[in-house]
Design a protein around this ligand. Sequence first.
Ligand code: CP3
Length: 350
Amino acid sequence: MAYNDRFIRACFKQEVDRLPVWYMRQAGRYDPEYRQIKEKYTLLEICRQPELAAQVTLMPVRKLGVDAAILYSDIMNPVASIGVDFDIVKNIGPVIANPISSRQDIERLKPIDVHRDLQHILDTISILDRELDVPLITFAGAPFTIASYLIEGRPSKSYIKTKTLMYSDPGLWDMLMNKLGDMVITYLRAHVDSGGKAIQLFDSWVGALAPKDFERYVEPVITRIFAELSDLNVPKIYFPGVSSGELLPQLTSLQAEVIGLDWRVSIREGRRRTEGKYAIQGNLDPYLLTAPMDVIKQHAKEIIDMGLETSGFIFNLGHGLFPEASLEKLQELTAYVHDYSAEVLARRKA
Ligand code: CP3
């Protein structure tokens, strides 16, 4: 089969014959085959076996017919290399053995050594680079989102310890952001050197900040990450996570190609708030996927119609897939986005 570069083209706002589709967390527990593999191995055990991690990455690409693969990994993986012990615990998420709380803890964080500690991830990327006929997206967690796990020790709703450190010791906070920023830059560069074709920076929880705090405490490191990776000839995506609509006007000068939106801001409004600077990715409410198919399609159609108002749109969810989603509905949704957008684009050309 010919290589499908629709996703890359849309990231660069080039012409496409139909809209590209992929889903955040597209390898996951909604798929019975994935659940079977998870009965034998934990997430981290899968990640340490490149052949298996590549197979799990490929599963949704084959089953759903999506236009991009996303590396099967987790945003926590690189922190093992800077000296943080963690586990991904069933029904909780990332749990840190010794959460960070002092200056000493932050000073102790080591520079990442991808080849020494994370070669298995690079090997997975190399395997996928040979096997895929769609682009491979690799990713990292952004400094705020990673810091929230390192400091809270586990998923949090309030981010109270994180904000306490941020507001009470801005100098120390900046040191932490910069150390995590260095980690992200080195890690993502190694991904692209190993065959990754696009990169996404997941800042899942940064929407917890007010715009002026984002500007002071987070934006400098995000700007630096994209600036330092700007020589890489792959599309770069910033996903500011959930509830980040108020931050969008602040994101107009990143050296990135794509901004991801959650479902609270429409595609049209997201483009307006970012001054049309980026391609847009999103933003179906993942929890809508439990609704009847005609309701799902009705919402998808609205997103597609807005997406097609200008070039540069990638259909996705507003956040990750969850275990209750249905494989059949996802297959039908993917086909619908492809077919309906192809029809609109063909009509326009005629
Ligand atoms: O998208 C994909 O298919 C690639 C795989 C992927 C995983 N984690 C595997 C995973 C990706 C892109 C991630 C990123 C990630 N991890 C994020 C950013 C995206 C987002 O959702 O905002 C975050 C915040 C994490 C941290 C994390 N890992 C949490 C909060 C959890 C628990 C959530 C849950 O659903 O239980 C995890 C575990 C995790 N990482 C799972 C998967 C498929 C689910 C549990 C499992 O299957 O073992």
